[in-house]
Design a protein around this ligand. Structure first.
Ligand SMILES: Nc1ncnc2c1ncn2[C@@H]1O[C@H](COP(=O)(O)OP(=O)(O)OP(=O)(O)O)[C@@H](O)[C@H]1O
Ligand SMILES: N[C@@H](CCO)C(=O)O
Length: 311
C-alpha cells in the first residue's frame, strides 16, 4: 500500500547480550521509538524530545538515510516524508536506540516503496547496517532472540512467554557503542573461546528451562565483553551487589553499556526497582517488561503526539 495517508511506525527498544550472548542474544523491552509519517515535498523531522533536538531535521537524519539506502538497494527512489518522532529510548545508553532507528527506517522504506519485505528480509537489511543481529532482531521480532550472522546470512529464533522482567539503571552519561567496542580484544585463544561460548550456550538453556539461578551465574561468567567494559562503568559493581540483595537473579551490562540491567522473576521487579531507585537516586531506574510484538506499522489519527521541528 503506498503511503498516502498518515501512518505510525512503532519499534521497541532492546537489550543485547544478556551477559555472554555477545552479538547474538537480544531481548525486546517496552520502551518505544514512535514515528508518525506522511508524504511531503521535502524531508522534515519534528520531535518534542530534547534528546533528539541536535539531530538533523532533513534528509541527513539517520532514519531518512536508512530509508533512502534501503529503497536504493531495491532499485526504487524514496520520496520525501514529514516525520514526527517520539522516543522513550535514551540515546547511546545500551538500549538499542540505533537499532530501533534502523528498523524504523527500513519499515518506512518498505511501506513507502511497497517493497513487501518479509521479517527475514528486514532482519538481514538491519543486521548489515548495525553489524550484528541482537538488537535489530529483538526490535523486529519482539521477545527473546538468539541469532547468528555469518556469510551474509542471519539465522535467528525468537521466544515468547518468558516469565521474567528487568530493571534497568540508566546513568546520565552516554557511551557510544563504537567506543565501548574499541576496548575489546581482537582475538580469543581456543580455551577462552570455549569458556565464553559454553557460557552463552548454557545461558540460553538456563533461561528457556527457567533455571534462574544458573542463568544469573552464566550472566556473571561472560568472558566476551563485560570484563573489558566494566572499567568504563564505575557503578556496575555497586548495582550488581544491590540487585542481588534485592531479589535479582542476574545482572548484566545492557548492550554496550553504560546501562546496567538486572533480571527478576515475574512480579518481583517492582520491589527491586524501588530499592535500586533509592540507592541510585542520581540515575534513572525503570522497571521493564518484555515486548512480544516487535516493530509495528499502523494507520494513525493526525497529531496523536506533540512535536516541534528539529533545528
Ligand atoms: N531516534 C534516532 N534518530 C536518529 N538517530 C538515532 C536515533 N537513535 C539513535 N540514533 C543514533 O545512534 C547513536 C547511538 O547509537 P549507539 O549504537 O552508540 O547506542 P545505542 O544503540 O543506544 O546502544 P547499544 O547499541 O549499546 O544498545 C546516536 O548517537 C544517534 O547518532
Ligand atoms: N552486541 C553489541 C550490542 C551493542 O550494539 C555490543 O555489545 O557491542
Amino acid at each position: 500500500m503506498p503511503l498516502n495517508n498518515r501512518m505510525r511506525i512503532r519499534v521497541p527498544a532492546s537489550t543485547a547480550n544478556l551477559g555472554p550472548g555477545f552479538d547474538s542474544i537480544g531481548l525486546a523491552v517496552n520502551l518505544y521509538l514512535t514515528l508518525e509519517v506522511e508524504q511531503s515535498n521535502q524531508w522534515e523531522f519534528y520531535s518534542a524530545n530534547q534528546e533528539l533536538a541536535d539531530l538533523p531535521n532533513d534528509e541527513q537524519h539517520f532514519i531518512a538515510q536508512v530509508a533512502i539506502g534501503v529503497a536504493k538497494k531495491y532499485g526504487k527512489e524514496m520520496s520525501p516524508y514529514k516525520v514526527k518522532v517520539a522516543s522513550e529510548i535514551p540515546l547511546a545508553r545500551g538500549l538499542g536506540s540505533s537499532a530501533s532507528a534502523i528498523v524504523a527506517g527500513i519499515e518506512l522504506a518498505d511501506i513507502a516503496c511497497e517493497l513487501a519485505l518479509t521479517r527475514e528480509d528486514k532482519l538481514l537489511l538491519a543486521t548489515e547496517l548495525e553489524g550484528h543481529p541482537d538488537n535489530v532482531g529483538a526490535s523486529i521480532y519482539g521477545g527473546l532472540v538468539v541469532g547468528s550472522y555469518q556469510q551474509n546470512e542471519v539465522d535467528m529464533l525468537s521466544f515468547t512467554n518468558l516469565p521474567f522482567e528487568a530493571v534497568v539503571v540508566i546513568p546520565k552519561e552516554t557511551l557510544l557503542t563504537k567506543d565501548s567496542r574499541d576496548v575489546l580484544p581482537k582475538e580469543f585463544s581456543r580455551s577462552e573461546a570455549i569458556a565464553a561460548s559454553s557460557t552463552a550456550n548454557l545461558l540460553v538453556a538456563a533461561l528457556l528451562s527457567e533455571n534462574w539461578q544458573l542463568a544469573g551465574k552464566m550472566m556473571e561468567r561472560d568472558r566476551f565483553h563485560q570484563p573489558y567494559r566494566r572499567p568504563l562503568i564505575p557503578f556496575y559493581q555497586a548495582v550488581e551487589n544491590a540487585a542481588k540483595k534485592n531479589g535479582a537473579f542476574g545482572t548484566a551490562l545492557s548492550g554496550a553499556g553504560p546501562t546496567v540491567i538486572c533480571f527478576t522473576e515475574k512480579a518481583k521487579g517492582r520491589k527491586l526497582a524501588h530499592s535500586l531507585q533509592q540507592l541510585f537516586s542520581e540515575m534513572s531506574v525503570k522497571l521493564l517488561s518484555i515486548d512480544y510484538f516487535g516493530s509495528l506499522v499502523e494507520d494513525c489519527e493526525p497529531n496523536s503526539f506533540q512535536t516541534k521541528k528539529l533545528v
